[in-house]
Design a protein around this ligand. Structure first.
Ligand SMILES: *Cc1c(COP(=O)(O)O)cnc(C)c1O
Length: 401
C-alpha cells in the first residue's frame, strides 16, 4: 500500500481529532524516520518532546524487550520487582522524596490536582470543597474534561462543558497577578516553566523565583508541569533550573520519561504532599506496571549517560545563533532555550502551516504550534552535522516562501 491508501483508511475509520501532515511514517531510527514510500525525513518535533532520546533507542528497546518477555502487567493489587527501582531512580534524579506513576501527562496533571486539593483540606485546613488552584492563561496541561475547563483556548472547550470549578486563571509571566489571586483557600499554583503548546513562551527572568516566594509566603504549593520541558529538552534536566534557587513542591513529568516507547508519566513530590494519598484514594490499572517501569529506568539512564541536557544547551545555542543570523522578512521573533525553539512568524507570513508543508517536502518534519509559530524540537541525540542540514532547509523555506 502507498501513502494515499493509508491516509484514506485513517480518514475513513479514524476520528478526525487531528490535522496531521500527510506523511505516513513506518520506521524510525535516531533523528530519522522513513515513510511507507521509502522517503527519509528528519524528525524535528520528537513527538512533542517524548522522543528526546531519539527513535527506537537501542538501550531502551533492549530493556523493553527483556521486560516484555518476563512480565508486562500485574496491576497494583500486587507488587512488582521494577516499580520500586523506578521510583527510587526518579526520586533521586529529581531530588524529591516520593513518586506516583501514571501513564499519560494529563493523568499525571489530574493526579497533581488531586494531591494539591487533598493537601489543602487535610494539611492547610481549607474548608470543604473550597480549594482553589491558580493556573495561567495560554496554558496546556492536557485534554481531560477537568483540564480543558481551565484552558483559555476556545476550541479546546467549545461544546465540552460543564467544567470543574476551583481554578483561577491569571496572565502568564505576571507574578503580581498570582499574588493578587491568592486567597486563604488557595491550595496551589500550577504552571509550565516555559509554555510549550502555547508557542514556546519564555517567562520574564525571575518569574519562577517570585512565584515560588509568593507560594512559600502564603503556604501554597508550587507545581510545575514539566511534561514537555523536562528531562533535558530546554538545556537543563528540568526547566525550572534555569532560575537559581527554584525548587517546586510538586513536579509533573511524562513524554520523554519513556523515550517514546510507552506512555509513562509521574508526579514527584515530598512525603508531606504525596503522603496524603491513602490506599483506594487514587490509582490506575496500568500505572507503575513493570514494563513501564523498566522502560522508564532505561529512558532516564540514557538522558543522564548521554548528557542530553548538556547537548541540548550546546546545540540549542548553536542553532539559535545560526537562525538569528538569517534576517528573514517573515520572522517576528526567534526564542528558545536549548533545543526548544520557536520561530514566530509575522501575521502577514501566511501562517506557519505552509512552512511545515514546505519543510515536509524538503525532508524535515516540523509542526506549527498556534497559527504563527514553527516549533523546532529535534531529538536531543542529534549531531551538529544534522543540525547544519536542518538549518539549511529552514533557511531555504524562509527564503523561498
Ligand atoms: C503534552 C503535555 C501534557 C499532556 O500529556 P499527554 O500525555 O498528552 O496527556 C501535559 N502538560 C504539558 C505541558 C504537555 O506538553
Amino acid at each position: 500500500m502507498h501513502s494515499k491508501e493509508y491516509i484514506a483508511l485513517e480518514d475513513t475509520y479514524g476520528a478526525h481529532n487531528y490535522h496531521p501532515l500527510d506523511v505516513v511514517i513506518e520506521r524510525g531510527e535516531g533523528v530519522w524516520v522513513y515513510d511507507v514510500d521509502g522517503k527519509k525525513y528528519m524528525d524535528f518535533l520528537s513527538a512533542y518532546s517524548a522522543l528526546n532520546q531519539g527513535h527506537c533507542h537501542p538501550r531502551i528497546l533492549k530493556a523493553m524487550e527483556e521486560q516484555a518477555r518476563k512480565l508486562t502487567l500485574i496491576s497494583r493489587a500486587f507488587r512488582n520487582d521494577k516499580l520500586g527501582l523506578f521510583c527510587k531512580k526518579l526520586a533521586e534524579l529529581t531530588e524529591m522524596e516520593m513518586v506516583l506513576p501514571m501513564n499519560t501527562g494529563a493523568e499525571a496533571v489530574e493526579t497533581a490536582i488531586k494531591a494539591a486539593r487533598k493537601w489543602g483540606y487535610t494539611k492547610k485546613g481549607i474548608p470543604d470543597n473550597q480549594a482553589e488552584i491558580i493556573v495561567c492563561a495560554n496554558n496546556f496541561h492536557g485534554r481531560t474534561t477537568t483540564i480543558i475547563g481551565f484552558s483559555t483556548e476556545e476550541q479546546y472547550k467549545e461544546n465540552f462543558g460543564p467544567f470543574t470549578p476551583g481554578f483561577k486563571i491569571v496572565p502568564y509571566g505576571d507574578a503580581d497577578a498570582i499574588e493578587q489571586a491568592v486567597t486563604e483557600n488557595t491550595a496551589a499554583v500550577m504552571l509550565e516553566p516555559i509554555q510549550g503548546e502555547g508557542g514556546i513562551i519564555i517567562p520574564p527572568d525571575g518569574y519562577l523565583q517570585k512565584v515560588q516566594s509568593i507560594c512559600r509566603k502564603n503556604n501554597v504549593l508550587f507545581i510545575t508541569d514539566e511534561v514537555q520541558t523536562g528531562l533535558g529538552r530546554t538545556g537543563k534536566l528540568f526547566a525550572y533550573q534555569h532560575e537559581e534557587g527554584v525548587k517546586p513542591d510538586m513536579m509533573i513529568l511524562g513524554k520523554a520519561l519513556s523515550g517514546g516507547f510507552y506512555p509513562v508519566s509521574a508526579v514527584v513530590s515530598s512525603k508531606e504532599i504525596l503522603g496524603v494519598f491513602r490506599p483506594g484514594d487514587h490509582g490506575s490499572t496500568f500505572g507503575g506496571n513493570p514494563l513501564a517501569a523498566a522502560i522508564a529506568i532505561a529512558a532516564l539512564d540514557v538522558i543522564v549517560d548521554e548528557k542530553l541536557p548538556e547537548r541540548s544547551a550546546e546545540l540549542g545555542q548553536y542553532l539559535m545563533e545560526k537562525l538569528s543570523s538569517l534576517n528573514s522578512k517573515h520572522v517576528k521573533e526567534i526564542r528558545g532555550r536549548g533545543l526548544f525553539i520557536g520561530i514566530e512568524l509575522k501575521p502577514e507570513a501566511g501562517g506557519a502551516r505552509r512552512f511545515s508543508e514546505f519543510l515536509q517536502n524538503e525532508g524535515l518534519l516540523c509542526k506549527e504550534t498556534h497559527e504563527h509559530v514553527i516549533r523546532l524540537a529535534p531529538p536531543l541525540i542529534i549531531s551538529k552535522e544534522e543540525i547544519d542540514w536542518a538549518f539549511g532547509k529552514i533557511k531555504l523555506a524562509l527564503e523561498t516562501l
